[in-house]
Design a protein around this ligand. Structure first.
Ligand code: SF4
Length: 429
């Protein structure tokens, strides 16, 4: 089992239930393609009316202090009022961020959404999607599609560009290629997110009963209970880090969110690098992240969602201001200065910041407890309450979240079982 990194050496992101950079708005559950890792049932007529969407935003505002709204789904671009929805978010004082598969993202729509204040896109591209024209392509080949999106977003200008991909057993090996590709386009790609694949099927189904209140429930019809076949359901954030470090041995995460039941789980694991298009100079350390989070919160009263591209390309200024407090930044500055001795013209190259987030979704422990992300950013609204968006289907089907209980008399040779899926996997729906 991989043990790197030790969570105690990282900065625990200060995000909590009531104070968090983002929320997860689902204006629709309809989608225009299929995605294997999706956690939401695709319902054709799943669009919410604008009044209900406004009411969801008011519910978020009642419970949570936040900066950005991930407008997700389903695929939000299938909603006929997507421009009005983004405008509504902006008028209420939050950053609209579109989480989409990008299939319906035309250049006209990009410009229209920019006009009403959209500040970022997270585009879900991975090889287990049924995407017209791209089926059968592997993660490396899909970098061409990612680049197409990144260039189109860059042409509109001033908008943050992020990509996410579900990580499967057979695509884990390609993660370093995607990390490498992102570095080469560090001027246009601001965040890359990898999400470990999960399902409630497999060993879990054999070992755990699920209960809501005093009723035993069957997960059979829940969308994240697809037969997993040979797929691994236990890929952890540390496994993804280990794979990346085979190619980039100095890859060093700096901050995390733990699990609600396991302090040492790395449910959201953040790595931030500084570099140019031709070279990564290094990785910022935990104190850099602490400073960034605390300063922004002191200045604005919120944790920052989606830093603007104009800030992320000021790597040299940021490094000059923060090297005294952070060892990672000091290493970056040292490498940069040494490089200037041999290639002085590099003084004119822009230094950018780019983040790589690894998400390890809901875990079921051997005794049936479910370990969620402590300080879950992606809460959505259900019946006037904020809830984990990755398990919304349980609320819809059973009226409550299922509790896992270990079957009596069963021997458990597994230390930890995992269930669930994430909304990030389903941004294309
Ligand atoms: S929605 Fe689920 S997977 Fe996503 S952050 Fe929250 S608890 Fe974690």
């Amino acid at each position: 089992m991989n043990s790197y990194p030790d969570h105690r050496t990282l900065y625990r992101l200060p995000w909590t239930l009531p104070d968090n950079p983002i929320v997860w708005l689902e204006p629709t559950s309809a989608c225009n393609i299929y995605c294997e890792g999706c956690y939401r049932a695709n319902t054709k007529d799943g669009h919410k009316p604008l009044d209900e969407i406004r009411s969801d935003l008011e519910t978020f505002a009642r419970y949570r202090n936040f900066d950005g709204v991930s407008i997700a789904g389903g695929d939000p671009l299938t909603h006929p009022d997507i421009v009005d929805i983004a405008a509504m978010v902006q008028k209420m004082g939050y950053k609209p961020i579109i989480n989409t598969n990008g299939v319906a993202l035309t250049d006209d729509l990009l410009r229209e959404l920019k006009k009403v204040g959209v500040r970022g896109y997270t585009i879900h591209v991975d090889s287990q999607q049924r995407r017209p024209g791209w089926q059968g392509k592997n993660e490396v080949e899909l970098n061409d599609l990612r680049l197409e999106f990144a260039e189109r977003i860059a042409r509109v200008g001033g908008i943050s560009c992020a990509f996410n991909a579900t990580v499967y057993q057979d695509t884990l090996q390609h993660v370093p290629e995607v990390v490498d590709w992102a570095q080469k386009h560090i001027d246009k790609v601001h965040v890359v997110v990898f999400i470990a694949y999960r399902q409630a099927s497999g060993a879990v189904a054999d070992s755990i009963d699920f209960w809501v209140g005093d009723k035993k429930v069957s997960m059979d019809d829940v969308v994240y209970n697809r037969p997993a076949g040979e797929q691994r359901l236990d890929i952890s954030s540390r496994d993804v880090v280990a794979e990346i470090r085979k190619r980039f041995p100095d890859f060093a995460p700096c901050a995390y969110l733990n699990g609600t039941e396991k302090a040492d789980s790395l449910k959201w694991l953040l790595t931030t690098r500084m570099g140019t298009r031709s070279k990564t100079y290094g990785y910022v350390g935990p104190r850099f992240l602490e400073l960034a989070q605390v300063l922004h919160h002191l200045r604005t009263g919120r944790f920052m969602a989606y830093a603007p591209p104009a800030l992320l390309r000021r790597g040299k200024w940021i490094a000059a201001a923060t090297w005294p407090v952070d060892a990672g930044v000091r290493r970056i500055v040292g490498r940069g200065l040494r490089r200037l001795l041999t290639r002085p013209w590099h003084a004119f190259h822009r230094m950018h910041l780019q983040s790589i987030m690894i998400i390890q979704p809901a875990d079921i422990l051997a005794d049936g407890r479910m370990s969620m992300c402590d300080g879950c950013p992606d809460v959505t609204v259900h019946e006037g309450e904020i809830v984990w968006s990755c398990r919304l289907e349980e609320l819809i089907k059973f009226g409550g979240f299922a509790r896992g209980v270990r079957k009596q008399g069963r021997d458990h040779d597994v230390e930890e079982l995992r269930v669930g899926s994430t909304p990030e996997e389903a941004q294309i729906r």
